[in-house]
Design a protein around this ligand. Sequence first.
Ligand code: ZN
Length: 373
Amino acid sequence: MNPSAQIAPWLEPLWGGLDFGNFPNAILLHGQSGIGKFAFSVELAKALLCENSSAAIRPCKQCEACHWFDTGNHPDFIALVPETHRKLLPHADYEGDDAPKKGKSIRDDDAESSEKKEKKNISIEETRSAIENLSIGSHRGGNRVILIYPLEMLRSDSANTLLKSLEEPPASTIFILLADRVDRVLPTIRSRCRLLTAPRPNREQGLTWLKKQLSNISGLKASDADIETVYDEQGGAPFSVLSSLIARHNKDDKDELTISIQATRYLLQSMAQGVRMNWLDAAEKTHKAQYGFLLASMQRWVSDLQSVSQGGEPRYYPKHLNTLDGLSKMANTHKIDQFWKSLIQARRHENHPLANRIQLEALLSQYQQIFGA
Ligand SMILES: [Zn+2]
C-alpha cells in the first residue's frame, strides 16, 4: 500500500523498511538525482515530526504538527537546501526579496551555469547558525529534524560543524542527509549515518508514474513520444523530467507571475510600515495577485516578527532585521498570535473564489492593529 502520494512507488519498499519507533539520529539517503529522494525526505521529516503517535500511518495529516509542516512553518523543521530546492518544500515557493530570481529559477531550469552553481550551494552562515542553535531545545518538545541537501556540496567548514554535531548528537535531533553522489561525501560523515540507498525505477515504472503526474496538470499537453524522449534524455530520472516539463509549460504565463512578484513586494513594503501602513491602499495595489502567494508572504513576515519579538533571528527576511526589530518593540504579542491564527484560517480557504480584496483588507487592517492603532 502506498504510504503517501509523496512517495514514489519505487521508493515504497524503502519507506516500508523504516522503523519510526527506533529511528537512528542520522540517515544518509543517496541515489541518482531526480528519482524522488527529496520528496521522500520531506515526507519523512513530516512523519518524524507528526505528533499523533497512535496513528497507523505517519504522517497522520491531522495533528497540529502536520498542519504546521504543511504551511511551511514547523519551527522544528530546518531545511538546509539551495534555492533551487526551496520551492519544493511545503509552501516555500516565495521569499520576498529573492522572488524575482526565484521566479526565474522556477520557470527556467536552463539558467546560465554560473548562476546555477551559486544556487546549488548551501550558505555557510545558514548551516552554522542552524547547527549552533541545536543546543537550544526543540520548540514543540518533540523531535527536531534537519534536512541537508545536497550533502556533497557542503563546504568543508560547514561539513566540520556538521560532523561535530553528528559525533555528539543533540537530544531528539534527527539528521536527514541527502546526496546524489555518496562517493563525494566525507567518509567521516558517512560512517556516522545509517546509509539508505534509493533505487531508481525501471523504465516502465518511471514512465507510468510520470504520465500519471502529468495528467494531473491542467492544460499541459505532451505526447507520449515527447515524454519518452525527454525521459531517456534525462537518464530515466522521472522527477527531473516532471519539473522540466512543468517549467516549459509555465513559461507561457509569465504575466501572472510578474503580477504576483510585484504585489508581494508592495505588500511587504506596506507591512514594514506597521502602524503607519495604509491598508486600503495596500489591498488596492495587491489584490489582483494570487491570494495564496500574498498569504504565504504575510505568514513569513509575521513568523519573522514573532521570532524577533522573542529575541530570535528572522528566518525569511534577515535583511529586514532592523525593521522587524523596530516593529516588534511596538507590537502587542497577543495580537500577533491572533493575527497568525487568522492567517492560518485564511490559508485554509485561499482557493475559495470569494472576494479576495475584502478579505485582504480585513487581514491588513488586523495587522495594523497589532501595533496599537
Ligand atoms: Zn500528524
